[in-house]
Write a protein that binds this ligand. Structure first.
Ligand SMILES: [Zn+2]
Length: 425
């Protein structure tokens, strides 16, 4: 593979060249010599490390057309999907999930950690499909898989064994969902014991509801500390933190920090699913992410669901999730938008334990070049991802151009990527 030189991109707020060799960032500096490298001019364009999906469900994506979706007083999304899941075949899962992964790459994603549902309904068909994808798309993105118990582990007699089998087949994480079992603590204990026995890290869908009596994240943090699993546990959702009284929330957050729990927020799903019976001041279901970051937690944001009853308009574009997060979490000041992109890059990478990730010499050359000069513009304009680079190879190149047809004599607007022809074409 030829060396690659990205010329003049905005790297850590300054114009810099990036020289890529053997899939890694060899040098970052000013006016680097191109000798023999393929040169891409990205002058004035924002360069970031590739986006990282840390919590996503490709196996149940693109099924909104198989169900009526959520209705007042109707079934939960879990019930709707459980019914559909019985009919999933390996090829069906593969085709829908592949579309998710290809879209994700097109939108700047270079690494993904996906949940694979394992239970009595779908058994190990999702594992087979997702492992095929892992191999087939290996050059496009790194795909980590979680053996995930969406249906709980005490509701049938096969799920616990199937989860162990999933890890035996090569899945590198165990994923629990305490609120799907009546005995939440028993569920959490089983996952810690099994994860320790199998030597894998843990992820939980946790505290998705709004009743503080059901809180589990504090117990998970305590178990993490007691069992010495600091930094090896991620929690998705944590919506419940928002309904705790501030002093109580501070106690729980302190425990999460002590356990070095990674927090993954899923704002698009929360806003679609939560608080459907509220009649005023509708709860938006998203934890106070700025507050959690200020408290020293590692906070990431992810897409979660794509075109299914949980999020019918879900789409694996993390720049979109950054905008959704800015809107729902009151994060719109320029300094906030500057670090908001860390939620979908460096923080997400830390949450899933990616090595050699980042915009620094020696890191893997997983990069995205945006048609923007800074994060605020990228989020506000939902800028195009001009180049997506995986291990030093351009895997997606995108353009977005608009032609406005104005009548003769009208004002001509000229913006970044809009060509205006005042006299028409
Ligand atoms: Zn999820």
């Amino acid at each position: 593979m030829a060396d690659l030189l990205l010329r003049g991109g905005i790297v850590h707020r300054s114009p810099r060249d990036i020289l890529v060799r053997d899939g890694r960032i060899e040098r970052i500096g000013a006016s680097l010599a191109a000798t023999g490298a393929d040169v891409i001019d990205v002058a004035g364009k924002l360069v970031l490390p590739g986006f990282v999906e840390s919590h996503i469900h490709p196996d149940k994506a693109f099924i909104a057309d198989r169900t009526q979706g959520l209705t007042a007083g109707g079934p939960t999304p879990q019930i709707l999907v459980a019914e559909l899941k019985k009919q999933f075949t390996v090829d069906d899962i593969y085709g829908r999930a592949r579309k998710v992964l290809e879209l994700a790459v097109r939108h700047g994603c270079t690494a993904m950690r996906a949940h694979v549902e394992i239970d009595a309904f779908v058994e190990l068909r999702g594992v087979e499909a997702m492992q095929r994808l892992q191999r087939d798309l290996a050059g496009l993105l790194d795909l980590e898989l979680i053996a995930f118990a969406q249906e709980g582990i005490f509701n049938d007699t096969v799920t616990q064994d199937l989860l162990r089998e999933g890890v035996g087949m090569g899945l590198r994480w165990l994923g629990g969902c305490p609120y799907m079992d009546k005995d939440q603590r028993g569920h959490i204990d089983w996952f810690f014991e099994t994860a320790q026995a199998l030597g894998v890290p843990l992820d939980f869908h946790a505290d998705s509801a709004d009743d503080p009596a059901l809180l589990t994240s504090e117990y998970i943090a305590e178990q993490t500390i007691e069992r010495g699993m600091h930094g090896r546990v991620t929690l998705g959702h944590l919506c419940m933190l928002d309904v705790l009284e501030p002093p109580r929330r501070a106690e729980v957050v302190a425990r999460l920090r002590e356990a070095r729990i990674h927090v993954i927020s899923l704002p698009a799903t929360e806003m679609h699913v939560k608080a459907r019976t509220d009649t005023r001041r509708t709860w938006r279901g998203v934890a106070r992410l700025g507050e959690l970051r200020d408290a020293g937690l590692n906070v990431a944001v992810s897409t979660n669901n794509i075109v299914n009853p949980f999020t019918p308009y879900g789409h694996p574009d993390l720049l979109r999730q950054a905008l959704v997060t800015a809107m729902v979490a009151h994060l719109g000041n320029l300094d906030q938008m500057a670090w908001l992109l860390e939620f979908i890059t460096t923080n997400a990478a830390r949450a899933i334990g990616l090595d050699g990730y980042g915009l620094a010499e020696g890191c893997r050359a997983d990069l995205v070049v945006l048609d923007a000069r800074d994060p605020a513009q990228a989020i506000t304009e939902q800028s195009e991802k001009l180049y997506v680079i995986k291990a030093g190879r351009v895997v997606a190149r995108n353009t977005r151009s608009t032609e406005l047809r104005l009548s003769s004599g009208a004002h001509a607007l000229v913006e970044d990527n809009i060509q205006v022809m005042p006299g028409g074409f």
